[in-house]
Write a protein that binds this ligand. Structure first.
Ligand SMILES: Cc1ncc(COP(=O)(O)O)c(C=O)c1O
Length: 358
């Protein structure tokens, strides 16, 4: 069993915290966090400490070369059940895949789980309880070695912070810019890793998307700008000819755990799922012909968000919500009811956390 040192200041930090009425996403933080450092080829003691600023030297490698990775997962406590964490083993596997790509050490599963479970256990009173709300968990690791040489760091810090969050779901549907110019990822690059730099690279397009009055960016493959890949923080699905289609996974797409879960749920519900290369222009013609009846984005934060329309920079729009996102909403309900503990967990996706207090 991985040991965790509980800092004495945790008690007062928990006592002095109260959950605000308006949560939003990712701005209210739980008053505690987990931390562990890596040096001389091994992980040190895991600690639970009050949430607060961290110090590092200005020449820490992460600040210059972006050697940083993260994960995003949720703990649910709807109606007082749980807390339940959804598929944390998958997040652990992906964390280590990202670590390998970014020349960072693996995190042992016991350390990853202990950090996530202890933060959740002591934050149990702050997991919001209305449907769609959750405690968003953010494990991350960054390079702390103090040296400016462009070499992999030999020192790292792993942390888990948590944010009581409201529902991310927008009932009206998403408006999505087809990004025909910029690129998020290239073959052989880091697109499949959850590395901070990938998100920095998506932000300029986010500004353009917002200036055009749209909310999400849809990335095409970096080389030919021909095939649909994903959004900046969500995977992409469409209903084509009554089947569920999604871009096949390659090294430029982040393999979402929501995506993987939706594929399982859809197949079990008798829906044919096709993972394939999705040519953007063929797809637009499928929308125009009415062959494509829905599209949606999916990820831990939003779960499933139906797409209202795709748009070009020129202003041309391809509307999608003919059927009010019927399949998207059905899949959302099947998934959310498992995550929130309202439906039978027949795939063993949900881990129960025992609440703790001081
Ligand atoms: C680039 C990107 N694609 C897809 C996803 C969806 O992944 P998941 O369903 O595991 O949250 C995310 C979010 O984590 C992401 O950042």
């Amino acid at each position: 069993m991985t040991h965790i040192r509980i800092d004495a200041a945790i008690g007062p930090a928990l006592k002095n915290f109260s959950l605000p009425e308006n949560l939003g996403f990712g701005s209210v933080m739980s008053p505690i966090m987990a931390s562990c450092t890596y040096e001389n080829g091994k992980w040190g003691e895991l600690e639970l400490i009050p949430y607060g600023p961290i110090s590092m030297f200005p020449n820490a490698k992460v600040l210059h070369y972006a050697q940083e990775i993260f994960e995003g997962m949720k703990a649910y406590r709807v109606g007082g059940l749980g807390p339940f964490i959804f598929r944390p083993d998958e997040n652990h596997l992906r964390f280590n895949r990202s670590a390998e790509r970014m020349a960072m050490p693996h995190i042992p599963i016991e350390l990853f789980m202990k950090a996530c479970f202890e933060v959740t256990a002591y934050s149990s009173d702050f997991v919001p309880r209305r449907s769609g709300e959750s405690l968003y968990l953010r494990p991350f690791m960054f390079a702390t070695e103090e040296a400016l040489g462009i070499k992999p760091s030999e020192k790292f810090r792993f942390m888990v912070i948590a944010s009581p969050s409201g529902s991310y779901f927008s009932a009206g549907g998403l408006s999505v810019l087809i990004e025909r110019h910029g690129a998020r990822a290239f073959p052989g690059g880091t697109g499949y890793a959850k590395a901070g730099g990938n998100y920095a690279a998506s932000l300029l397009a986010a500004i353009k998307t917002k200036q055009l009055g749209l909310v999400q960016t849809l990335w095409l493959d970096g080389r030919d700008k021909k095939y649909i890949e994903e959004m900046s923080g969500m995977n992409f699905f469409a209903v084509v000819n009554g089947e569920l289609h999604t871009p096949e996974i390659n090294d430029t797409i982040l393999e979402g755990i929501t995506r993987k879960s939706i594929i399982t749920l859809a197949r079990d519900a008798g829906l044919k799922v096709v993972e394939r290369k999705m040519d953007i222009d063929d797809f637009i013609s499928d929308i125009k012909k009415g062959v494509c009846t829905e599209a949606f984005a999916c990820g831990t934060a939003a779960i499933i968000a139906p797409i209202d329309y795709l748009a070009e920079e020129t202003g041309e729009r391809y509307p999608l919500l003919h059927q009010e996102g019927k399949i998207a909403l059905q899949l959302r309900e099947s998934l959310l009811s498992i995550q929130e503990g309202r439906a039978e967990d027949k795939y063993m996706w949900v881990s129960m956390v025992e609440p703790k207090s001081l």
